[in-house]
Design a protein around this ligand. Sequence first.
Ligand SMILES: Nc1ncnc2c1ncn2[C@@H]1O[C@H](COP(=O)(O)OP(=O)(O)O)[C@@H](O)[C@H]1O
Ligand SMILES: [Mg+2]
Length: 180
Amino acid sequence: MIDLDLISPLRSGDLIITVGLPLSGKSTLVKNCSEYMPNVVVVCPDTIRLALHGNQFIGRAEPFVWAIAQTMARTFLMQGNTVIIDATNTTVERRKMWVYMAREFKKGLTIYHVKTPADVCRERNKALGRLDESIIDRMEEQFERPLADEGYVFTAAQVESYLYTPSYPFREATLPSPNL
Ligand SMILES: Nc1ncnc2c1ncn2[C@@H]1O[C@H](COP(=O)(O)OP(=O)(O)O)[C@@H](O)[C@H]1O
Ligand SMILES: [Mg+2]
């Protein structure tokens, strides 16, 4: 059993995914990470949607969005980048493709769980008017907490404390794949 207190949540060459409701602060956290480590690449389905069709969401384009996200992630992992998937990833089913991809690259998946409560997300959305509130409600309802059998789970607070503590204990190479 690996003690997560002793390993860094941001290791070179890893595959990392975020888990959190819309407006929980995923993109903000990920941006901080990418500023901290030079070879981090962020793959964000929201940005892919804008690049592909210019809209927030078009249902029939979703298979393409996810195919592009996976191809980008695989490409950057092959190139040796650290890849962060900036998406809600709120269910076990949604996270499976990343669990499998980490395994394909013989890495353990790293998961950043951004636990901001749904009410705070709704408040932020009210102020920003970013999306239909029912989307947050639906994601809250279907939410499945990421567990240790999916990957190495860190809270946003743990990741942040790492970013702001240069003497964090270890920065070892990629961990072995856990027995999934
Ligand atoms: N730790 C935080 N404390 C307060 N506000 C935050 C925090 N992280 C993000 N925010 C704010 O919440 C809003 C949503 O953040 P964002 O990172 O875009 O969320 P997400 O990517 O999960 O949708 C932004 O206005 C951002 O400035
Ligand atoms: Mg975001």
